[in-house]
Design a protein around this ligand. Structure first.
Ligand SMILES: [Zn+2]
Length: 250
């Protein structure tokens, strides 16, 4: 998962979404059948070409699923699920691009914390690596251990469990491949005599298909070779990368 900046919708599409929502609220739709039918009917309207276009642009060149970054993002995904939350059915901030597998795994699972906030991480609102950890040897993503809580991050735990981030073999293989490529770029950089930090950053970003870079430059990732070697030999380059990539400080 990576942090994705949400772009604004074109005004016309935004106005359409607002009017669909008003219509849904007035009709007081409820239950999966009614909500599903209402969504399907409106999903065919022109505003959704613009919605898909903006979501696709937010997801990047390869249009990957915003949750797993591995499979192709094919569906408009409601972060707050449709049926229990029809008031967010056409809310732009609630729409993501998802893959079939993540959609199936998430289903209607959407646990909230004691204050009513979602435990699932929203890639357009949260910094995933504040809550998640990565094992470069297995390629598996899991919840980050939070020393202040003396426990694993609750949102990391729920996100891992809902999307089965620690149990999807294809995902782990993809992560390992991306990590190897990132490590290779840093290894090559270390052999150069001139060190252009911006060029390094741009090669790394280009290769980071699975959003692993903030982890690589956080204190945990920075202990792994060759990132550890970069931190030791060129601390200013490491610090610049960490800042630019918004790597978690702990
Ligand atoms: Zn996915």
């Amino acid at each position: 998962m990576r942090r994705i900046e949400r772009s604004p919708l074109p005004k016309k599409a935004a106005r359409s979404l607002t009017s669909f929502q008003r219509e849904a609220n007035a009709a007081q739709i409820s239950g999966s059948k009614q909500v599903g039918a209402f969504w399907q009917r409106h999903r065919k309207k022109a505003a959704f070409s613009a919605v898909l276009e903006v979501l696709g642009a937010m997801a990047g060149d390869r249009q990957r699923c915003m949750y797993c970054l591995d499979s192709h993002g094919t569906d408009i995904e409601h972060f707050w699920p449709k049926t229990p939350y029809p008031a967010k059915l056409f809310e732009w901030e609630n729409l993501l691009l998802g893959c079939t597998e993540c959609g199936r795994l998430k289903g209607s699972k959407f646990p909230l914390d004691a204050t009513g906030n979602p435990l699932l991480l929203d890639p357009t609102a949260d910094d995933p690596w504040e809550h998640l950890d990565f094992d470069p040897r297995t390629g598996i993503i899991s919840a980050r251990f939070d020393r202040s809580l003396d426990d694993y991050c609750p949102r990391g735990k729920e996100t891992t469990s809902i999307l089965q981030l620690d149990r999807r073999e294809a995902l782990a293989i993809g992560h390992k491949k991306t990590y190897r490529r990132l490590a290779q770029i840093v290894e090559e950089f270390l052999t150069q005599t001139q060190h252009d930090a911006q060029a390094l950053l741009s090669s790394l970003r280009e290769a980071d298909e699975h959003g692993l870079l903030p982890w690589c430059f956080c204190p945990r990732g920075g202990e792994e070779a060759p990132f550890a070697a970069l931190r030791e030999k060129l601390p200013e380059v490491f610090a610049l990368c960490a800042a630019e990539l918004k790597a978690p400080a702990a």
